[in-house]
Design a protein around this ligand. Structure first.
Ligand code: NI
Length: 266
């Protein structure tokens, strides 16, 4: 791995295979750590996304944005954690959920593994709102573990959560395109991004009746009663692959800057 792999937003890495952790050897990772202590960990979910959205929507989107951010910054990207906290979606077939305590343990173990290797800054790119509370809890627990295990990086070990769908430029773009039809689940924004990434999904799109309005989230039976087709206030029929292409660009630009700031900060 050459020196031009160091973080440099002006010299993007073109080839995504060169920033994928799963395609490196351990000796290449050891070399990488000599000039960059940061790494990107994408996390999504495997859960229903309304009658027209793919089960893997949150994972497809988080992974694509993470790899684009990796290409632009030269920062390595780990394999995607495809399963998230989706307990409230279990009333719909195809959903596979980790309980909050399981996800906390998984995330904790993954980031502590990276810290024990010498990674100091873990940038988690998340595609699912239901993961947020648990991921933050996992970070806090991991900091304690790094100290109790006396890891050499413990005083510099930092994790940051980046929810791509909450980035200000993404929200602004979505609001302009869809207004209040963006909704809260199976949104036209995330569906647009999947249409850009996977052309086969375009054939699933169809007009839908008005969705149930957004409201509270409780257990899976309650969720299905309140939101019978899986949507929360969204109109995914507004989704277009061209919107998705633009959203990928906007999200990757915003998160690349956030990552750069995170790596530079003390
Ligand atoms: Ni989603």
């Amino acid at each position: 791995m050459s020196a031009d792999r160091s973080l440099n937003l002006n010299a993007p890495v073109k080839n995504s295979s060169s920033i994928r952790l799963d395609l490196q050897t351990w000796t290449e990772v050891e070399d990488y750590l000599k000039h960059c202590k940061g790494i990107i960990l994408p996390i999504g979910s495997t859960e229903q996304h309304g009658p027209t959205g793919a089960i893997g929507t949150d994972t497809l989107t988080a992974e694509a944005i993470a790899r684009e951010v990796g290409c632009r910054t030269g920062v390595l990207v780990t394999p995607t954690q495809a399963f998230g906290m989706a307990e409230h979606h279990l009333g719909f077939p195809g959903t596979m959920s980790l309980k909050p305590s399981t996800l906390l343990a998984v995330l904790h173990d993954l980031v502590v593994s990276l810290a024990s290797n010498g990674f100091e800054k873990i940038f988690v790119i998340n595609g699912h709102g239901g993961n947020i509370a648990t991921v933050k809890a996992a970070f806090m627990q991991a900091y304690g573990t790094a100290i109790s295990q006396k890891l050499s990086v413990s005083s510099r070990f930092q994790c940051k959560l980046a929810n791509w769908f909450m980035a200000a430029p993404v929200r602004s773009f979505s609001r302009d395109l869809y207004g209040d039809k963006e909704g809260h689940h199976a949104t036209p924004s995330e569906i647009s991004l999947t249409l850009h990434l996977q052309h086969s999904l375009r054939s699933k799109q169809m007009p839908l009746p008005d969705p149930s309005p957004a409201g509270p989230i409780h257990g899976p039976e309650d969720f299905r009663l309140r939101y019978p087709d899986g949507r929360m206030g969204s109109d995914p029929y507004l989704a277009q692959s061209s919107h998705g292409e633009a959203l990928l660009e906007i999200a990757a630009t915003s998160l690349s800057q956030d990552l750069s700031n995170f790596l530079k900060a003390s």
